[in-house]
Design a protein. Structure first.
Length: 257
């Protein structure tokens, strides 16, 4: 029994060869996403009307799996030094934020509520962050942080360019279109919204220029907006490449990526 408990504990804390995500945590992660998927689609009335009973049955099964997971975590909690041994360790775990999140996510399956409360399971995504303690995840975070730190000056210049582009384009659009479309483009803040959607290539179309000069400004803003997206993308890509190179150069023979 103690050996089984120890094996479950190793699965729970993700202590696996090569730093890979354990089967226990992979199963938990997949179950979390499935439960959230059903909680989301059931908010569509037509789906709820046609498949509501089947989804409720599956939801009950998912709730039971969550209960099994919760009981496993309770059982092995005393093996974790931060919770302590015996009953006190179990109680400390039950009062931990992650355990409380688990309980909140489990309850809707067994009290007959609809999607409004079942959608609370979204907060179980916080458990996914805890699963991401694998070595691969840590290395990804390292590369991301290195790219941001090493290219901070270049990113600041890129940000300054983007802000300057937004201010200049919104000001020019205000001077051109404010008298013609006072409700949509009658102030620089309103034009700033238009500029943001144009530079980001979203283009909602809720505010567009109607004059020739305004369309010319919009065209130039769109073309210059390509640089506003491409420049920081290239900077971050360069930072990632450098980070991977540094990691490989400093890697010890026993390390594995």
């Amino acid at each position: 029994m103690n050996e089984l408990r120890l094996r479950i504990y190793e699965q729970v804390i993700n202590r696996t060869p090569g730093g890979r995500t354990s089967i226990f945590n992979k199963t938990c992660g997949i179950t979390i996403f499935i439960s959230i998927f059903f909680a989301v689609i059931v908010t569509e009335n037509s789906i709820d009307y046609q498949f509501g009973d089947q989804i409720d049955f599956l939801d009950w099964i998912i709730g039971a799996l969550f209960c099994v997971e919760y009981c496993c975590r309770l059982w092995v909690a005393p093996l974790d030094k931060k919770f302590g041994k015996g009953l006190n360790g179990v109680l400390r775990y039950m009062l931990s934020p992650m355990a409380i999140i688990d309980v909140i996510a489990i309850i809707p399956s067994f009290i007959g509520v609809r999607a409004e409360l079942k959608i609370l399971r979204v907060i179980r995504l916080l458990r996914i962050l805890k699963i991401g303690r694998s070595e691969k995840f840590k290395q990804s975070i390292f590369h991301f942080n290195y790219a941001l730190r090493s290219k901070s000056q270049e990113l600041q210049i890129s940000t300054f360019y983007t802000v300057l582009l937004l201010l200049i384009s919104s000001t020019c659009m205000y001077l051109t279109e404010s008298s013609i479309q006072p409700e949509l483009l009658g102030s620089i803040p309103r034009c700033l919204w238009w500029s943001i959607t144009t530079v980001s290539a979203v283009g909602y179309g809720d505010s567009i220029p109607v004059t020739a000069v305004g369309k010319t400004i919009a065209s130039i803003t769109s073309l210059m907006g390509i640089a506003a997206i491409a420049i920081p993308t290239g900077i971050l890509a360069s930072g990632f490449s450098e980070s991977i190179g540094v990691k490989n150069d400093t890697q010890f023979p026993g390390d594995t990526l």
